[in-house]
Design a protein around this ligand. Structure first.
Ligand code: FE2
Length: 183
């Protein structure tokens, strides 16, 4: 634990135990979504499925990166991951992203993806609201993750025809915002 780092956050008026609980729940959402997206991605087949595979893969890898970036902050603030993977899965801030009954129904697949991203956008917005101007490191981290989640939501909602996202494919490395926390 980074004792003084935690002390500074406490002095800012944040309930650090509450913040750590949110970070752990969102870390769980990241790792479980990474797992469920792996199943969704391998089931993206055929003409329509192949078209989605690249953005699904970018979102999958970036969710794994989000988990990796959150873990050090959890421990810095005196928190820990649950000892049991089952317990970790079950406290996730977001519901599982299950494979639809008919994986060839691309619209159903897209809805699973976009709903998972929307849950993440809400979660990191909450953490940003809680830490802005108070816990600078967690705010910076949560904002970086939020940027990527918003892009993920835009990509999938565009495929659903909900409107232009203004984005194109990831050029180069994944996690353009979060990568500085992965060094
Ligand atoms: Fe994520």
């Amino acid at each position: 634990m980074a004792r003084v780092a935690r002390e500074m956050v406490e002095r800012s008026g944040i309930n650090v135990d509450e913040l750590v609980e949110l970070l752990v729940k969102n870390a769980s959402a990241e790792l479980t979504t990474y797992y469920y997206y792996t199943i969704l991605r391998v089931n993206l087949i055929g003409l329509k499925g192949e078209g989605l595979k690249e953005i699904a893969e970018a979102a999958r890898i970036e969710d794994r990166n989000h988990f990796e970036a959150l873990v050090p902050r959890i421990y810095e603030l005196g928190g820990a991951l649950p000892a049991s993977m089952n317990d970790f899965h079950d406290i996730s801030a977001c519901p599982p992203a299950p494979l639809p009954e008919d994986p060839t129904n691309i619209e159903a697949m897209l809805k699973v993806f976009v709903n998972a991203e929307r849950c993440a956008v809400r979660g990191y917005t909450q953490i940003c609201n809680m830490t802005a101007g108070k816990d600078h490191r967690t705010y910076d981290l949560a904002l970086a993750i939020l940027n990527e989640e918003i892009e993920h939501e835009s990509w999938f909602s565009e495929f659903l025809g909900e409107g232009p996202s203004g984005h194109f494919l990831r050029r180069g490395e994944n996690s353009p915002f979060v990568s500085k926390f992965l060094k």
